[in-house]
Design a protein around this ligand. Structure first.
Ligand code: DAH
Length: 340
């Protein structure tokens, strides 16, 4: 059979094959069959070499235009079938084009982050600078420098995760105090927000990790009245009302005197949140112990200071009336979406 006849036969075979193609996948197969490296077009090209020399240019042209014809048939079938297939998929999925569009939900800060940010911005406005301490810290900064005597039972007040004999996961943000004192001269007015860790049984009220903000102010003649005024102002600003505070004596090795700060509950008659006492415990506070000032290289004869430390989870529980601290770490989107 002459090459010319072969070309004609190939064309008609191709057109027959093309007619029976029903899916885009089949078009791809057809493409490979006719236009692939081992396909008939390629074979015709090879056969060209055995033709009469003067016939070659004409036959070559014919083969090339056949090739183009095949591929343009394939491309247009492919476009048509792809379209059909997509439409079919849509109708099978029963897309209801009358439905409203899907709303994009912007992200938002975690309620704990929101509470941290609120506290930090108020305290910054009040003149405190933010300092961060390490989550993994030495026994010195977490305990000894803060006047916890070595092996003193007071260390058991804070069940500790030990990393080694002298390294711990910090049990409180008070670990920042001595570090900041070492690096700065009074006046020092610093807050230290961050994560803390305690080896406790997880329950509705306590968790192995939580957040605190430590605040302290050291200068000549800092007095208890300054602490009182700072507490009143801060708590009033945070809760956006005139907050009444009360101080109860308490023991923390790093302050003397040490106390627990309560704020008056908004309820008139006693409620579940204040456990019917009318008061909410919000932080520990006191006048910085002279030994702690000395640990930080500050002369307690010349300077004095106050410090306080507050748990952020507890504040968020109070603010939003959340019954269980574990909800903060469960990543339940339905819970988190409520805090915009
Ligand atoms: N560090 C204490 C704790 O985690 C809280 C605290 C109490 C901090 C009294 C203070 C303070 O600065 O004066 O329980």
């Amino acid at each position: 059979m002459s090459l010319l006849n072969e070309i004609e036969e190939l064309r008609s075979n191709f057109l027959i094959d093309l007619k029976s193609v029903e899916t885009s996948q089949e078009v791809e197969t057809l493409k490979v069959k006719y236009l692939g490296k081992k396909g008939p077009i390629q074979q015709l090209m090879m056969a060209l070499k055995t033709c009469e020399k003067d016939q070659r240019p004409k036959l070559g042209q014919l083969i090339n235009s056949l090739k183009q014809e095949f591929s343009s048939h394939c491309e247009s079938s492919l476009a048509r079938l792809n379209n059909q297939e997509q439409l079919k998929k849509f109708t099978e999925e029963k897309i209801d084009i009358t439905l409203p569009g899907r709303r994009k939900r912007p992200g938002r800060a975690h309620p704990i982050t929101q509470m941290l940010d609120r506290c930090i911005s108020i305290l910054k406005e009040m003149g405190f600078a933010v300092q961060h301490g390490p989550d993994v810290d030495s026994v010195f900064y977490n305990f000894e420098g803060l006047n916890f005597p070595p092996d003193h039972p007071a260390m058991d007040m804070q069940d500790t995760f030990w990393i080694s004999d002298d390294m711990v996961l910090r049990t409180h943000t008070s670990n920042v105090q001595v570090r900041v004192m070492e690096a700065n001269e009074p006046p020092i007015r610093v807050i230290a927000p961050g994560r803390c860790f305690r080896n406790e049984t997880i329950s509705a009220r306590s968790h192995v990790f939580f957040h605190q903000i430590e605040g302290f102010y050291i200068d000549a003649h800092v007095s208890f009245a300054d602490l009182l005024a700072t507490m009143n102002e801060f708590w009033s600003k945070l809760f956006n009302r005139d907050v009444q505070t009360r101080f109860r004596p308490s023991y923390f090795p790093f302050v003397e005197p040490g106390m627990e700060v309560d704020i008056k509950c908004t309820c008139k008659t006693g409620c579940r949140i204040c456990k019917y006492t009318g008061w909410l415990e919000v932080c520990g506070a006191g006048m910085i112990h002279p030994e702690v000032l000395k640990s930080g290289g500050i002369d307690p004869e010349k300077y004095s200071g106050y410090a306080w430390g507050m748990g952020i989870e507890r504040l968020a529980l109070l603010e939003y009336d959340i019954p269980d601290i574990r909800m903060f770490t469960e990543n339940d989107i339905r819970f988190l979406q409520q805090f915009s």
